[in-house]
Write a protein that binds this ligand. Structure first.
Ligand code: ZN
Length: 164
């Protein structure tokens, strides 16, 4: 794997730590939760516990994010039923992506939680043969490559939804 930038990259040290950290969306002191407020892209698929959404402003058609219907922060905050159900639904999303999209080598999952305090996990299709983007480099490449139209991202997500 390699960075989507020309060498040589110059190492730098991190800046001063910001403690306390600024509040995230959907936590006390932060802006309202965009997911609960319906300010995100609409769900292309949902069941009793989960909703599946396309991104906006992305470069990788087939990228989707899965959110819990209930507003909780992370894995350890999910009710036990949902925590165990996550494996089942993640497998469905992965299989649907591999079925609905062409030329996907592997489906990557990312859960950061640094932007919003509502549980959501990203599923990114690593393009077949794109060995520069293995491992942690895929989201870096996703960020660096030119965005595609949002409609193209939504179309790919709807294809995944129909394979769910
Ligand atoms: Zn929320």
């Amino acid at each position: 794997m390699s960075m989507p930038y020309e060498e040589p990259l110059v190492p730098r040290t991190p800046g001063a730590r910001q403690i306390p950290e600024p509040p995230r969306r959907g936590e006390p002191g932060g802006s309202p939760c965009a997911i609960c407020g319906g300010k995100t892209t609409g769900a292309v698929w949902s069941d009793e516990h989960w909703t599946l959404h396309p991104p906006v402003g992305g470069s990788l058609p087939g990228a989707v994010w899965l959110a819990s219907k209930v507003h909780v922060d992370s894995f350890s905050d999910l009710p036990e039923e949902l925590a165990s159900d996550f494996g089942r639904v993640a497998a469905r999303v992965e299989k649907a992506m591999l079925t609905a999209l062409e030329d996907v080598a592997r489906v990557h999952l990312y859960r950061w939680g640094d932007g919003g305090a509502h549980f959501h996990v990203w599923f990114l299709p690593r393009p077949l043969g794109m060995l520069e983007a293995t491992g942690m480099m895929l989201p870096v490449w996703e960020d660096a490559m030119p965005n595609v139209p949002n409609e193209e991202l939504a179309d790919a997500a709807r294809r995944i939804a129909s394979a769910m």
